[in-house]
Each structure stands twice: as C-alpha cells, then as structure tokens.
Unconditional design. Sequence first.
Length: 487
Amino acid sequence: MAAVHDISHSALFTDLYSLTMAQGYWKQNPNRKAIFEMFFRWQPFGGGYAIFAGLGTLLDNLASFSFSDEDIGYLKSLGMFEDAFTEYLKNFRFSGSLWAMDEGTVVFPQEPLIRIEGSLIECQIIEGMLLNIINFQSLIATKTRRVWVASGKGSIMEFGLRRAQGPDGALSASKAAYIGGAMGTSNAMAGKVFGIPVLGTMAHSWVMAFPSEEDAFNAYAEMYPDKTIFLLDTYDTLKSGIVNAINVGKKLKKQGKNFGIRLDSGDIQYLSTEVRKMLDKAGLNEAAITASNDLDESIIETLVNAGVPVDMWGVGTRMVTGGNDSAFTGVYKMTACEDAAAQITPVMKVSDNPEKITNPGPKQVWRIKDSQGAAIADVLALDNSADAEKIETGYRYCFWHPSADYRHFYHITEWPPQPLLKKYVTNGKPCVPQPSLDEIRAHSAADLETFDSTYKRLLNPHVYKVSITEKLRDLKLELITSHLSDL
C-alpha cells in the first residue's frame, strides 16, 4: 500500500460518481471536450478575503495521477465497470490544460481560481483530488494569514501536528500555514519535505522527568545553549517557572547566549506582563516571550491591542483545523462543453438559489486598481478564443454584479488591469516553472498589501467587489432565459 501522503497520486482518489459518469462519457464519446472552473462561494471565518493555496501540490499530483494495477483490480471487483472501460483507464493520464491564479494570491468568492480544459472524462476524474487539495490548503493559508494580520504582522509558529486531521492533513497544514505567514513549524516531516524552518524546544514531560524544574532547565540549556526556550507553567509560572528560568538564564547570559520563555496556560495578558517585569528587573531584557495555549486570531488581536509584551505566538489546533470554520466552500463546475456539432459552447447551472447560479463560459479574472495601485474590484470576463475580452487601461467600463441584476458601477481604468489566471499546464505538461515556497509566501504577503485595511479587519470587513463584464452578463441572461423557456 502507498504511503499515506502519496494516496492522492492515485486516480482512484476521486468520488465514485466521477467514475460512473466517466464510463458514460466513454461510451458516448471518449474524446468529447469540456471546460471546468473551480471557485468558492463565500469567505471562510466571516472574513473579507481568502488566500489561494495548494496549487503546487495539485500540479505535482496531476503529473502522476493514474490508476495502478491494484486500482484497476479494485474497480473490477465492484462489478460496475465494463472490462473495456477499465482497460481504457489503465492508460489514463491528464492530458489537458490548466490555468490558475498564482499560489498565495488574495482571492474572493465567485471568481475562478483554476480553469481546466480537456476531455470531459479527465476533467471529471480529477475533480475530487483537485477540490480536496485546494479547499483544505486554502482554508489553512487563509486562517494563518488572519492570525498573522491580527498579530500585527508578527512572528507566528505553527504547532498543529498533534491536532491536525491525519498525517496528510498535518503536512498540508504546515505547508499552507507557511504560505499564510507562519515563520516555521513544529512538524519535522514538513521541514524535511518542504524546507520549512522547524521550531520547538521542550514539553512539560521534559520538566517532570528531572528532580526539579531548575535541573530540567539547566540540562536543556547545557545541550542547546543557542536555542533555549523554557516552558514555565509545569508547576507555577510566577512562583516557580520564571524564577528558575531567570537563574539559568543568567548563566546563559554570562556565556553570551540569549534565551526565551514560553507561556502555555493561564491569563496570557497578566502573566506575560509580570514575566516581562521580572526578566527586565533581572537584567534579562533581551529574553523573548512566546505565548501558546489554544490561540486564534481574535484572542491574539485582543492581546496585541492590550499591548502585551509577547514576541512570538505559537498557534496549533485552531489554525491547522480551521477552528470554527472547518471547510473551504470551493466547488468545481462545468462552464463549457463540446456540442453535437463539435463546437465548444458555454453552459451554466441554473438554480432557485441565486448563489448557486454559475457564470457560463471560460473566463479570465482581471484585478482592477485605482490610480494609486490599490485593488478595488475583480472582474470576470469571457476568455474563449472566439469571444475573448481584454480590459485595458484608459477606458470607461461598466461592470455588473455577478447575479446579473440591476447592480453595476462605472470605472475608468487608470492603473493597468491585471489578468490573474495564468497557463500552468499545456497538453498535460507543465509550461512554466513553479515558484519556491518562500516566493509563494512572499507573494501572499505582498498581494495583501494592495488591499485597504477595511477588507482585512476581523469584525464586519468591507465586502470586496467581484463583478462581471457586460458581455458576460448578456450571455448569462441569454442562457437563463433559454433554460426557463424550455421548462
């Protein structure tokens, strides 16, 4: 059996209905073309933005996404698939094209983050894998970026391995958290696989394994004089922990070494203030304070606003699991399909729920900025070869609400509009080099700087405009009318 973190490279990592539909498409026309787009419906955590993450993992998995002999044997055992179809699957490889936003980009509901063009069969089979990767990593990257913003763009450490959803969840969370602004992780495997800085010193068990707390601190300081952080709350933070940390810390200072302490329970505001006073009084002004203990962005923001003397934040459970919002609302919908005349025609889903009505046709996303370079709206425009739209500088445009109702606004483009979707895969092969994880992380932080602070606040953030062009609106209304007339 493959290692847990390699399962997603198997094309069996999909929903059963993708395979039953694929067999149907195969019987009708195995080469029929289609276009799908991945987008999400609403912001996680009640926030004003999200961070797109997981593209690198998706591209790596897509390159080797195939059915092994064991996979084929399992499908045959289900008694649902014809032998000729399972023979077809033996040679399955993704041979289509993929457009995507750069990983780390700030993104918003209803806009395509990824566009897939290929055979209807391959577009369908990759759905589950694509959504699994992008939804989870985008959720965690978004959560971490919110924590980072709440900390005042401070130092965030990801401590979530023990509470993450399984081994792959832990690895993916560490990678996504790094993209979202974490400075490092406690996960040693993530350090090895992704090159993320690894952090951490001792647990309470280390302190309890020695005759006294001071003995434990002395032993650790002797072994790791350059990376010593004392955990203070095993017995009593103020009466014992900080007292012993100061005693050992003075010895380290005489050696020209610095150290830190960690608070993992109790009233962080009170304890950090008292500990800082005691450290400074002892002449240990450079000793850093780290806080952990079930933190999230709301708690951290409250503590930062109160002026707590905390230098670093260790965040685990509520960051790597998504906390109160356990899933990203990404979906994957067909936007165009080959018809009986072998023409690629726009399609859309119509629903009684306006939020579930999709936008037809392949699309580009254009980021519109004001004269100072601040982002003010993202605009969806048609991007097929026969009817592509390009938004250019110096023109007055009318942009419409995605619901295609009366809401619209006019804008003269003074700053060059930025197309966000780039082609990453052509005919199943990568066509541009992937950036490093550090480059993705830097892009994410820089991209967020182009947005006003009102979009970043935790409470009641300003809603960023996602609009559609007049041509896309006309197409959408035409297809809605056509569908309704057929009822």
